[in-house]
Write a protein that binds this ligand. Structure first.
Ligand SMILES: Nc1ncnc2c1ncn2[C@@H]1O[C@H](COP(=O)(O)OP(=O)(O)OP(=O)(O)O)[C@@H](O)[C@H]1O
Ligand SMILES: [Mg+2]
Length: 287
């Protein structure tokens, strides 16, 4: 029970438990539902319109047929598990979010209204970072599952059947990916930060072909030295995120000379790739 444990560590919290948290004051017009997908660093909830939930559960009549349309979230509520001992640390996180918003723009990230709250839990008063985020309806892009000469075409055939091969959405998705890669590379070079692109479900493609980064609280410092950065889960997330950019350049953008760039030259030495592979294997063994 959340009362006796802590929001940072507890594996699962229910919508009812979130509603009882001291910093939540939900409008009666909204309904909270735990999202069916979760990561390791946040608790994620759908914020739904009660009328939509009622249609989903009670159904609605249309042309004599009762339909049960899925309630689409109005927003996503993220409660970060991260422990902040000082307010400045939470503000640093918010600054990183502001930075990716500046570099990628609202077109390429699920925009979030970040807010810092005082949480009264088992350990007394603590700082928590939350976000009310735009919900992105689409399918996760797995960079390691891009096959064939036209991988985005295959992605659309698999996830959005019925769309024309090489159609408008496929073209838009390829264009979105190209812009996204360029913008992320600029951020990595100019600011020395890269978003975690390697995590499961971090990148979503919509049916219209827009690409959005949804995991916006996981921004990694890029160190141009020999040390391989491991994140709090002991995953080489910086090197793997650079790898995602390279895969997209090679397989989607068809850029034959992508490895010439400074970013890749640093991260893609044979010796470094081997060390990253070993660290990754270790991560999965301990999983
Ligand atoms: N705004 C959003 N719209 C749609 N899906 C989302 C949104 N935010 C998160 N998701 C999905 O929820 C799942 C978990 O999200 P996310 O990766 O951001 O979790 P996390 O706990 O913050 O991070 P981590 O992956 O580092 O553990 C992913 O599958 C992601 O696609
Ligand atoms: Mg993630």
């Amino acid at each position: 029970m959340i009362m006796n444990s802590n929001i940072h560590d507890v594996a699962v919290i229910t919508a009812e438990e979130v509603m009882a948290l001291n910093f939540i004051n939900l409008s009666p017009a909204c309904h909270l539902r735990r999202y069916f997908r979760q990561g390791l660093r946040s608790h994620i909830f759908e914020v739904l319109d009660v009328c939509d939930v009622s249609k989903e559960t009670q159904g609605e009549l249309s042309k004599g047929v009762r339909w049960f349309p899925r309630a689409v979230p109005q927003k996503m509520l993220r409660i970060l598990r991260t422990r902040f001992s000082q307010l400045s640390q939470a503000l640093d996180e918010v600054n990183k979010y502001t930075m990716i918003l500046k570099f990628l723009g609202p077109e390429f990230i699920a925009v979030s209204q970040e807010f810092i709250v005082e949480y009264h839990g088992a350990n007394g008063s603590e700082i928590i970072l939350c976000g009310l985020q735009e919900y992105v309806q689409g399918k996760a892009l797995d960079p390691w599952d891009l096959s064939g000469d036209n991988p985005i075409d295959i992605f659309f055939q698999r996830h959005f059947p019925g769309q024309n091969s090489g159609g408008k959405s496929v073209k838009k998705a390829i264009e979105s990916i190209s812009f996204f890669v360029k913008k992320v590379k600029r951020m990595a070079m100019d600011e020395g930060y890269i978003p975690d692109l390697a995590g499961n479900g971090n990148l979503i493609i919509t049916a219209r072909g827009e690409l959005k980064l949804v995991d916006i609280n996981n921004i990694i410092k890029v160190h141009y030295n020999e040390k391989i950065f491991l994140d709090d889960k002991k995953y080489p997330s910086c090197d793997k995120s650079v790898e995602v950019l390279a895969i997209l350049e090679q397989k989607v953008m068809k850029n034959k000379f992508f490895l010439d760039g400074q970013l890749y030259r640093h991260f893609f030495s044979t010796e470094r790739r081997q060390r990253v592979k070993e660290l990754e294997e270790k991560f999965y063994q301990n999983w």
